[in-house]
Design a protein around this ligand. Structure first.
Ligand code: FAD
Length: 379
């Protein structure tokens, strides 16, 4: 069997890795759009800290977080150890004790269902600052030890290289899906036709334009996120936890004295690849209100990413009835770095005709049920 994949963000890269690992011949095309979500994503992996209640989202987000250690192990066995993955824990912070009581109760209930969330501990403001020194002195916290962070760029690159070593071929450039006799027959690259038995479209926010010529209207739209990287000269930040205030904003840290703060959620942005004055102000004001100790940090860069957002924030994963050989993976929204690696494995199982580890009934790519749930979850 030969499989072509259109789009190699975290979802396409993971699909390619799992298919190549299973011995399938894989060709991947990626256009490397400015604003591809995986290259901008913050990298928080902590579904237990999210108040989102939708069971479909929770099942796949928990599965995503649970899969990470195994994936990191698979990658290490393939010689890839640079992913930025680290279990650093997460602090849900608030200055209001009653609010922290509610958060603690909810996080404990979620971790009871998903033990990989680890230990849940209530922290005084002084204890919270010991974990994340720039934090506002009034903020207490609920700490969840299993939370992790990942570098989306490093992870995707590690997955590509590991897949390539297993024989996958990567092509940088635009691809179109080809159809013959009412089934997909491959992809058209700039100067080459790649015949394939199955085409997986994991083209993120750009997928609607890839699928439109096939008569498929995918209910996905770009949601711009502006996210800022700061440098704290001489400060070792590698093991600092994720910080989650009670809003859609957050802070997290990586090695190299880097602290990442964000992000805007700009629904209706289209593909407007710009750092705006209002977006930058929002990100910095929110971050400094939570962590005034970052005021003297150096602003290194602001990244822009277009989250692929569907009608109800559940991912869209599976085959399309009526067009044989087509598989879609999309709608990862603000949680794609959590969900993407395991969702790529699920897509590989679909392609291989195996029973997926998770029932995909709730994730039909062409469902159109609009839900109003908007509560924040990851980045
Ligand atoms: P993308 O990464 O956008 O990849 C799609 C790829 O398809 C692109 O490379 C594009 O060039 C390619 N493509 C499109 N059309 C074509 C074509 N015709 N031919 C070839 N290639 C094509 N998630 C979390 O879990 N935790 C977080 O903390 C978090 N923070 C975030 C913060 C921000 C600011 C943003 C923007 C996102 C964040 N996310 C987070 C969400 C996560 O980054 C995304 O959900 C995820 O990266 C989406 O991956 P994807 O592979 O579906 O899409």
């Amino acid at each position: 069997m030969r499989v072509a994949i259109v789009g190699a963000g975290v979802l396409g890269a993971s699909t390619a890795f799992h298919l190549a690992k299973a011995g399938i011949q894989v060709v991947v095309a990626d256009q490397a759009h400015a604003g591809r979500a995986t290259a901008a994503g913050a990298g928080i992996v902590s579904p237990w800290s999210s108040g989102r209640v939708d069971p479909g989202w929770r099942a796949i987000a928990d599965a995503g977080a649970r899969y990470y250690p195994a994936l990191i192990q698979h990658l290490a066995e393939a010689g890839e150890t640079e992913t930025g993955y680290r279990r650093v824990g997460a602090l849900s912070v608030s200055a209001d004790d009653a609010e922290l009581d509610g958060i603690e109760q909810a996080v404990r209930a979620r971790v009871a269902m998903a033990p990989e969330g680890g230990a849940v501990t209530r922290l005084s403001p002084a204890e919270a600052r010991a974990f994340f020194p720039p934090l506002h002195p009034d903020l207490g916290a609920v700490h969840v030890s299993g939370a992790a962070r990942i570098d989306g760029r490093l992870l995707a690159a590690a997955l590509w290289r590991a897949a390539e070593r297993q024989g996958a071929r990567f092509h940088v450039g635009r691809a179109e899906v080809l159809v013959r006799n009412e089934r997909v027959s491959g992809i058209q690259l700039e100067s080459e036709v790649v015949e394939a038995d199955c085409v997986v479209v994991t083209a993120g926010a750009w997928a609607p334009e890839v699928l439109m010529p096939l008569g498929i209207r995918l209910a996905v739209a770009p949601q711009r996120g502006q996210i800022t990287h700061l440098h704290l000269e001489g400060v070792e930040t590698e093991a600092w936890p994720v910080v989650l205030p009670q809003s859609s904003h957050y802070l997290l840290a990586f090695g190299g004295s880097r602290v990442v703060v964000g992000a805007t959620r700009e629904t209706g942005s289209g593909f407007d690849y710009r750092v705006t004055a209002a977006g930058q102000a929002e990100v910095l004001n929110q971050a400094l209100a939570v962590a005034p100790g970052l005021g003297s940090a150096t602003l290194i860069e602001t990244r822009i990413g277009f989250r692929p957002v569907g009608p109800d924030l559940r991912p869209m994963l599976g085959r399309i009835s009526g067009l044989e050989g087509l598989v879609i993976g999309n709608g990862l929204g603000p949680s794609g770095l959590t969900i993407g690696p395991s969702a790529g494995r699920l897509l590989a199982q679909v392609v291989l005709g195996e029973e997926p580890d998770l029932d995909l009934g709730a994730y039909d790519p062409l469902r159109m049920t609009a839900s109003t749930e908007q509560s924040p979850g990851t980045g």
